[in-house]
Design a binder for this molecule. Sequence first.
Ligand code: NOJ
Length: 530
Amino acid sequence: MTQHPQDRPWWRDAAVYQVYVRSFASSGSRGGGPGVGDLPGITSRLPHLRDLGVDAVWITPFYTSPQHDHGYDVADYLDVDRLFGSLEDADTLLATAHDLGLKVIVDLVPNHTSEEHAWFRAALASPPGSPERARYLFREGRGPDGSEPPNNWQSVFGGAAWTRVPDGQWYLHLFDSTQPDLDWRHPEVGDMFESVLRFWLDRGADGFRVDVAHGLLKEESLPDQERVLPPPGPDSPPTSMVERTQVDEPMWDQPEVHDVYRRWHRVLADHDGDRMTVAEAWTRTPESMARYVRPDEMQQAFNFAWLLAPWSADAFAEVITGTFEALEPVGAGPTWVLSNHDVVRHVTRYGGGTQGLARARAATLTMLGLPGSSYLYQGEELGLEQVDVAPEDRQDPSWFRTGEVGRDGCRVPVPWSGDAPPYGFGPGNAQPWIPQPADWVSLTVEAQTGVEGSTLEFYRAALAARRELAPVDSVAVRVEGDVLLVDRGDVTIALNCGSDDVPLPAGRVLVTSGPVDGVLPGDTAVWLGR
Ligand code: NOJ
């Protein structure tokens, strides 16, 4: 049954724009200087997001952090890193966003802290077996002298998931060695995160994106993993983070993790205004994703199957159908995402250049037409491609641990204006923390604004048309040749994944991803009204 818009929580159909803090915009006046994005920089650019037509903004971690993983290594969950500003700057950002009609989703990092968190410092300063160590996963090593890691788990960023401390014990880190995993079976851990949630909810956060939501609880005996990916090396193919975290083993997706989200559900329910959580859970199936969004758990989970699907009408149809089938029994709405700060930008994934951009726009238009919530990543509205970042400029911890290229190429600062780097990213000519390409002149917000056919104007048109769609909770999907057809209410979405023109399906053209002149060209999508 279709609900009326006023009965639906805001997040159910929201278009959410992801801001990667250090790469969005710099005021130049905070600790990072003009080359590092900051909170006042974001606040000053919120009108761009309102004009783009999104409903909410998700901001990657801005807490106090030594920045080994750009903020996903938190030293203090209740303060803002001086690089990015202050708590007052966060309050101003929240108030300004709300004045503009935008919701704000804060990024929560509960699986691990930074090695500089007070708890981990205390753990290192305390002996094996002490209460201070019990909040993390310290264990004795294997082998006669304990010099082998306690089990065979590999870090998502490469290498062993264990690091040895001077007294001989080892601690677990599913990511970088600077990101020790918490022991979520310790009661103080859950209590601490409840107070973190309440702190940001009281400051006005509308929701939380939950980092590594499927990893908090490990199988209690920490058994060896049966299937281990081959270690990366010069002769092995690059293994993306996506593939690594898809390994479904004792560290991921344990049943007890759901108790955490039941508790958080109750905490959010104490606050007015439809607060929400969205899980970053790289689970293996739509059914395991659906477990995170049961009625008493989280509100949303990222649907990474959409992002992982190859360019094929059948593959897209399968993801859409599988998603709705898995979510229907739990009554949750779907989410859709094509790009974020961990994956290769979708223009590049679809082949780059003119064809990659055409496909990216077509996939985006298809996504924006689907019922549910769509997550957009900063810069995709400009058609940015993955950047080939020079080795000396790379900062991703996975690059240092494995020698693989890493994720820096999708994190290059946004070009706003002007004809040379820093393209208005910050005041003056100071260069950003990672270089921008010299050929982004025609991709700036300024260069694309008001230009018919530009990717920015396409996103604005698509998001405006999306606001006119009547909310629905289901779709009918079919494939005809290379064409995906999705009926949603009185609108049909058609996506031609082939290279040949096909006749334009009947209907009134509402919005298109590229030129449509009586036919639906290859790599093009259209919304048709009946
Ligand atoms: C997922 C985040 O999206 C990624 O950027 C981060 O490196 C890991 N979790 C570890 O926190």
